[in-house]
Design a binder for this molecule. Sequence first.
Ligand code: MG
Length: 300
Amino acid sequence: MNTTLPTILIVDDETANRHLLADLLKDECRILMAKDGASALQRVREENISLVLLDASMPEMDGYEVLRRLKADEKTADLSVIFVTGQTDEEDEERGLLLGAVDYIAKPIRPLLVKARVRNHLKFARQRELLEQLSMQDGLTGIANRRCFDQALERAWLHSKRSGDTLALAMIDVDHFKAYNDQYGHAAGDEALKQVAFVLSSAMKRPYDLAARYGGEEFVLLLPGIDQVHAVLEQLRTAIMALDIAHSQSTAADVLTISCGALVKSASDGVALAELLQRADAALYEAKHQGRNRVVIGQL
Ligand SMILES: [Mg+2]
């Protein structure tokens, strides 16, 4: 199965209709099918679906109700849904569109029209996914940005609260970065930040590890379930020195270095997220205060 094709979910209570639509679209999409509203909602939760073709008229849960439920759940609210129906009454069309369907196809199916509309909406869906990705990415370094980090941190904190697992949060500053820019110019400064970002993000091996640019020369790491954060950060500190980027204006070393402050905590201990951030920041301040190019693990 070619997984690079977009996935379409066809929902219709009549087998013949499902297969008619599937045959039409099978060359350009990966096809999933559901024969009723409940199983449609189930598939949407399990699969990464780009577009739903939804029969309006089905027994038990009709298409309108399926659409209403999709829109009510923030995880599925943005999913593109095309209504497919035999009812040509304008009021029904209006009802579907008002509920948030992106389009409306009337039965009997006209193959070329269906293909053209599906193609258009898949293109829109793809563009929206790209925009969503870009809005989470730092423009200079290509790693996660602060917005992405904030969302990931909140999710990780909620998970920690439920599971009792620890969460390591590290804040990282490039040492004497302003002096670096003044000495070598902003283009060289940007290049250095890209290299630092690459080292940090390459060290994120597990699915929920995250390295993000927090702003300017500040970076943050999120490492759920890691207790030995000191060893991890020491490795990174050494790896940044090994980049061997000359920095004649630094008091910490003759190459570019980083300072790291971190905290390891479980949300189930009743600590507020704001306090976690504040203490990690205080640990970073302490690392700088002690002479930079070092790792300080804070206490809370
Ligand atoms: Mg039907």
